[in-house]
Design a protein around this ligand. Structure first.
Ligand code: ZN
Length: 275
């Protein structure tokens, strides 16, 4: 990322992370009519259904069908223990050509999100913001895989899971299969550690907002990676399941926090040493 203006990095990470609406944007007038739900054509792929509007051309249809299958296969190849037991291995992805169509599907608060996964009839369904279609394929791969984790875990269909677990898992899976996504998250983590030092706690839900959003994604990925590395995959995935269900014990959280802080301390040290 060296040599690029900071805004460029933020924009790309923002896109990857699926940003919350920018605070600077004026709110939509309350009286604005809801955009009509677009008519979508369902295209069956090997591992799911790509829903497109007629304006999506054949090149985008082909590229996103391939990307959908890659994301599903990458997710299938990642050992998430029992977390994906209820997933049928298929993804539903919506691709529209106009911002209003995306808003109609994803909700009015999603205008600046790169992609959104919502709950539809008990399944997670992904809508991709047409504004990101021009971005690099590598970034779009990471974006779709991130959302695919939310869809496979049906996260939008349940509430209450700690955001560091949900977003950290999504980022961790994406970075396991997308080196550019990992580089971006590591750059954010190092930058945050250099500015603020090693945090005392796991990322709180309140960190997933405003200017802290991108570091929160990056640090959550580090937290998930630390649990997998120190606890082993089986223990890690069982722990994440308990954390999502709200049954993780204080002792477990304390142990995980120790692993997380140790890894971040090492990362901060390697950055200082110029490694
Ligand atoms: Zn997410």
């Amino acid at each position: 990322m060296r040599g690029r203006p900071a805004g460029f990095l933020i924009g790309l990470v923002c896109v990857l992370a699926g940003c919350a609406p920018a605070a600077a944007l004026p709110p939509s007038p309350a009286s604005a009519p809801s955009p009509a739900t677009p008519t979508l054509l369902g295209i069956q792929t090997r591992h799911g259904t790509l829903f497109v509007t007629p304006q999506i051309g054949s090149a985008d249809r082909d590229a996103w069908s391939t990307r959908l299958d890659w994301a599903a296969e990458s997710l299938e190849a990642t050992d998430l223990g029992g977390l994906t037991d209820d997933w049928d291995g298929r993804l539903d992805v919506e691709l529209t050509a106009a911002a209003a169509e995306f808003s109609a599907l994803a909700g009015p608060d999603s205008a600046d999100a790169a992609a959104v996964t919502r709950c539809l009839a008990g399944r997670g369904r992904i809508a991709v913001n047409p504004q990101v279609l021009i971005l690099q394929p590598d970034y779009l791969d990471g974006l779709l895989l991130h959302e695919a984790v939310h869809a496979a875990l049906a996260s939008p269909c349940a509430a209450g899971a700690p955001l560091w677990v949900e977003e950290g898992l999504a980022e961790w899976v994406a970075t396991e299969h997308s080196p550019p996504a990992e580089q971006t998250d590591l750059a954010w983590a190092k930058q945050t550690l250099a500015a603020d030092g090693v945090p005392q706690t796991l990322p709180p839900d309140a960190a997933f907002a405003g200017g802290q959003l991108l570091p929160a994604y990056a640090l959550s990925r580090s937290a998930v990676a630390a649990v997998v590395e120190h606890g082993g995959t089986d223990w890690a995935m069982a722990f994440f399941g308990r954390a999502i269900a709200g049954t993780a014990t204080a002792d477990e959280v304390a142990r995980v926090t120790g692993w997380y802080r140790a890894d971040l301390t090492r990362l901060a040290g390697s950055e200082r040493d110029g490694k």
